[in-house]
Design a protein around this ligand. Structure first.
Ligand code: FHN
Length: 431
């Protein structure tokens, strides 16, 4: 679909180059610090929940610090919750007084966030929850028809505000539309009048990317907390929390945080399948970011400083462990437990998750390898290729050069291809 200035293919180009973004779940739920679903999970009445806004001063909020941290981590775009399911707006909405502008903070967070991201050279995304739990129609859409209609109208009005009042917006990240449920509702997209809503958004923002959560396909898919590749040619982005899946907003005590190694493996695995990784943080009610999120982002940033060429603009690689849908990968038969491949043209990047030692063997390589270098150290490695298609990369250090993932950049004579095995037992070399 073309819209205004450029085609869908042109609009999505920067997204494929970016590969890595920051998700920010910041909202009133940070005050009680039990996750963004607590209003529903604890069945807190609207008037009681609204009282949290009296202490939501976010007095240490510094949008430039958030943007700086995203850049430091190697992220190229940010998506901020402009309003989550609880209905509290982080911007100056003319159709709702339940906002950060009209309560204790008296600040338009979205305005400050957009300005800081632009200044830092980041693309700007806005998350918008279609559902608003303050409307009874969200839970009983048939019993409270008028409330349901008012909530849908609010969504149209507020998306118009967000697309009109904050300059260029690069991503509209819908959520929550499917939380309105009733057996008589056959189409979520029709319920929200999504076609009309998205046409309006695109008219106001001709270059915008819209995700698939208004239940129309639009520009890209959004698997959540797991890495599930879309078909070749379809853009997709996995969003994921650093902690376990209990919450995206600030949770005071969550012992279960993924390690930097795990987070990097997820980033690499998404990039291996030409997908993006949207890594979430949940800032504290004062607007600062907790140490264990900052430390992980900085460690990722250190890794990206050396290895980002293997991530930004990554392409699928046909070699085993490289995201191409070759028979073995499709059958889920893990190649070598060493790692995964990304590619850029004729260059392959072998991401070694479990360093095997002085040599690494890659089976079934058809294309001639010309050279190999360890990105972390810049040191060349030796290579030899056997007729069976085994590529042996050797002369490597015994211990992994990078404490997380070591990347070996392999130049090939052509786009690296896998050796198709006519007789799958031939390598046994039986008499
Ligand atoms: O219910 C939300 C949840 O709070 C969070 O915002 C995630 C992020 O993608 N989306 C919904 C759950 O799928």
């Amino acid at each position: 679909m073309t819209s205004g200035l450029c085609s869908a293919a042109d609009r999505i180009k920067w997204f494929h180059k970016a590969r890595f973004g920051m998700f920010i779940h910041f909202g009133l739920y940070a005050v009680p610090a039990r996750g963004e679903w607590l209003m529903f999970q604890e069945r807190i009445p609207t008037s009681e929940y609204a009282k949290f806004a009296r202490e939501f001063t976010m007095h240490k909020f510094d949008a430039d610090a958030w943007a700086k941290l995203a850049v430091e981590a190697g992220m190229k775009y940010v998506v901020l919750t402009s309003r989550h399911h609880d209905g509290f707006c982080l911007y100056d909405s003319k159709v709702s007084d339940f906002s950060s502008v009209k309560t204790a903070a008296k600040r338009d967070i979205v305005a400050e966030y957009v300005k800081a991201c632009r200044k830092a050279g980041l693309k700007v995304g806005l998350y918008y929850s279609l559902v608003d739990w303050r409307f009874p129609g969200a839970f009983e859409p048939i019993k409270y028809k008028d409330s349901l209609s008012a909530m849908i109208q609010q969504a149209h009005d507020q998306v118009r505000e967000l697309m009109t009042n904050y300059g260029r917006i690069d991503i509209l990240w819908y959520d929550g539309g499917g939380l309105v449920w009733h057996p008589t509702i056959k189409s979520i997209a029709k319920l929200w009048r999504a076609k009309k809503l998205n046409a309006m958004a695109r008219k106001l923002q001709p270059n915008i990317l819209i995700n698939d959560r208004s239940e129309l396909k639009e520009d890209y898919d959004t698997p959540e907390q797991k890495i599930v590749s879309s078909a070749v040619g379809r853009a997709w982005e996995t969003c994921m929390t650093m902690g376990d899946i209990c919450g995206w907003g600030y949770i005071r005590n969550n012992p279960n945080y993924k390690t930097t190694h795990n987070l990097l493996q997820n980033l690499v695995t998404a990039a291996e399948h030409e997908g993006n990784f949207l890594l979430n943080i949940g800032p504290k009610p004062d607007g600062t970011i907790r140490t264990k999120e900052v430390s992980r982002l900085r460690e990722i940033g250190r890794w990206m400083k050396t290895n980002s060429e293997a991530i930004y603009g990554s392409q699928r690689c046909e070699l085993l462990g490289g995201g191409a849908a070759d028979e073995w990968n499709v059958r889920g038969i893990v190649w070598n437990s060493a790692g995964r491949w990304t590619r850029k043209g004729k260059i392959g990047y072998l991401h070694v998750f479990r360093w095997p030692g002085r040599e690494i063997v890659v089976p079934l390589v058809k294309t001639k390898a010309l050279s190999a270098v360890v990105l972390e150290t810049g040191k060349k490695a030796k290579i030899r290729q056997e007729h069976s298609g085994r590529l042996v990369i050797y002369g490597l250090p015994k211990n992994p050069p990078d404490p997380n993932i070591t990347v070996i950049k392999v130049r090939f004579a052509d786009v690296p291809k896998i050796l198709k095995e006519k007789n799958k037992a031939a390598w046994l070399k039986l008499p």
